[in-house]
Design a protein around this ligand. Sequence first.
Ligand SMILES: *[C@@H]1O[C@H](CO)[C@@H](O)[C@H](O)[C@H]1NC(C)=O
Ligand SMILES: *[C@@H]1O[C@H](CO)[C@@H](O)[C@H](O)[C@H]1NC(C)=O
Ligand SMILES: *[C@@H]1O[C@H](CO)[C@@H](O)[C@H](O)[C@H]1NC(C)=O
Ligand SMILES: *[C@@H]1O[C@H](CO)[C@@H](O)[C@H](O)[C@H]1NC(C)=O
Ligand SMILES: *[C@@H]1O[C@H](CO)[C@@H](O)[C@H](O)[C@H]1NC(C)=O
Length: 410
Amino acid sequence: MECSWKTVLLLVCASLGVQYTAIQTLRDSLSGPCQRAYRCRSRYHKYRWAALCDESWIPIELPQKHILLFTTTRSGSSFTGQLLNQHPGVFYVFEPLYHVQQAFTNSSSRLRRTLDRRALLGAYRDLLLNLYTCDLHFMENYIRPEPHEHITSSFFRRSSSHALCSPPVCLEGGAAAISDLPDEIWCPKKCGALNLTLASMSCNSKGHIAIKTVRIPEVGDLRTLTEDPRLDLKIIHLVRDPRAILASRITAFSDQFRAWKIWNATGRQPRYVELSQITSTCKDMVASARTGLQRPAWLRGRYMLVRYEDLALNPNVRATEIYSFLGLEMEERVRMWIVKNTKSNVSAPSEWNYKYSTTRDSRATAESWRLRLSFDIVRTIQDLCSDTLALLGYKQVHSAAELRNMSQSL
Ligand SMILES: *[C@@H]1O[C@H](CO)[C@@H](O)[C@H](O)[C@H]1NC(C)=O
Ligand SMILES: *[C@@H]1O[C@H](CO)[C@@H](O)[C@H](O)[C@H]1NC(C)=O
Ligand SMILES: *[C@@H]1O[C@H](CO)[C@@H](O)[C@H](O)[C@H]1NC(C)=O
Ligand SMILES: *[C@@H]1O[C@H](CO)[C@@H](O)[C@H](O)[C@H]1NC(C)=O
Ligand SMILES: *[C@@H]1O[C@H](CO)[C@@H](O)[C@H](O)[C@H]1NC(C)=O
C-alpha cells in the first residue's frame, strides 16, 4: 500500500521534472496536473526540489483571489482601489503597467516603430500574470533606472499600496501603518527604497492580490488571464460618466488639456482640440461593458460592472456588494476607511487634498462636473459618446439650464 503510493509520488516527481523545463522556457503555457508546482516554486525558490518531492509537501494555494480593478484614468479608481487596499488580507498594487508603458515609450525609435498594440498588451499580461503569482522581481524588466540588488526607489506610486509601506517590507512603518494617517503622508519619508524580494515575500504572505490598471483597453484583452488555470481572476470594471471623466482630466492634467480649458472658458472650440482620447475612452468602455453583460463563458462569474456614481452615492452598500462578488469578508478596517473618507471632513489637513486624493465628499463630487463644464463641451461629448451613455444609463441634457439643475440627477 505504502510502497505503491511512493511509486506514484516518484512518477509525479519525474513528470514535474519534465514540466520544469517547460516552466523555464515557456512559463505562460503551463497547465495540467502540475499547475500548483508553479506557485510552490515561486514560494520556495532555492528549495523547490526538496519542497516538491518531500513527502510532507502540500500544494500551496496562495494567493487565492486575483482581483483586477479594470478602469480608465479619472474614473474614481483611487477611491475604489482604497476599498481593496484597506483589507488586511489583500496585497494591492497601484498601476504596475505604468512601468511597462514607460519602458516601451522610452525605448529606441526602431523598436517603437515595430511595436504594435499586440506586443504591448502581451507585455502587460505577462507582468500581470507574474504579479499574480507574487513574482515582483519581474517588474525589474521595466523599472527605470534598473533596480540594483532588487532594490528600487522608482516603484510607481509605492505609497498607494499599504502592504509596501508596512512590515515586513517597511519595518519603520510599523506604528504609522496601523494609524489613521494616509500612507502617502509618511511612507515616502519613512520607508526608503523598496526591496522587491521583501515585497514578493509580503505578497506571498497575504491571502489575495489586487491590481489596479487604467492601461488595458478592453476586457477582451484579458481573456488569456481569465482562462489561465493558475489564476482565479475576478474583474471589477469601474466605469464613470464620460462627461465627469473629461472634467476631471481637464483639472488634473491641465497642460495636456489646455485647449479644452480655453474652449470651456471662451465658449469657442479651438481648432486643435484633441477629441480622440475621450472618444476612444468611450469606445473601450462600451465595448467592455457589452462583452461583460453578454456573459461569455470565459468571463462568467468573473466580471462585475460598477458605476462610480453608484459607489459614491452609497459607498457602504456598494462596497459590500463588491466584497460579496469577490467572495471576501469586508473587514472592519475597510468599513472604518469608508466612514472617514466619504463625508466632507473639514478638520482633515489640506495637504491630503492633493491631485490624487480620495478624501472628499464622494456624494457631492460625483456630479460636480455639471458646474464645471460648458454646455457646448457637454453637448459635444454626448454626441461622441451617445451609445456609451445609453448603455450605462447616464441621461443626456438638452440645455444649459438642465445641465446646471442639480435637483435632477443624471
Ligand atoms: C522617459 O523619458 C522621459 C523624457 O526623456 C523622462 O522624463 C522619463 O523619466 C523617462 N522614463 C523612464 C522610466 O525612463
Ligand atoms: C532584501 O531583502 C532580502 C530578504 O529579507 C534580504 O535577504 C536582502 O539582503 C535585502 N536586500 C538588501 C540590499 O538589503
Ligand atoms: C476627520 O478627520 C480628522 C483628522 O484626521 C479625524 O480625526 C476625524 O475622525 C475625521 N472625522 C470624521 C467624521 O471622519
Ligand atoms: C469652466 O469654466 C467655468 C466658468 O467659466 C469654471 O467655473 C470652471 O472651473 C471651468 N472648468 C474647468 C474644468 O476648468
Ligand atoms: C429643476 O428640475 C426640477 C425637476 O425636474 C424642476 O421641478 C425645477 O423646476 C427645475 N428648476 C429649474 C430652476 O429649472
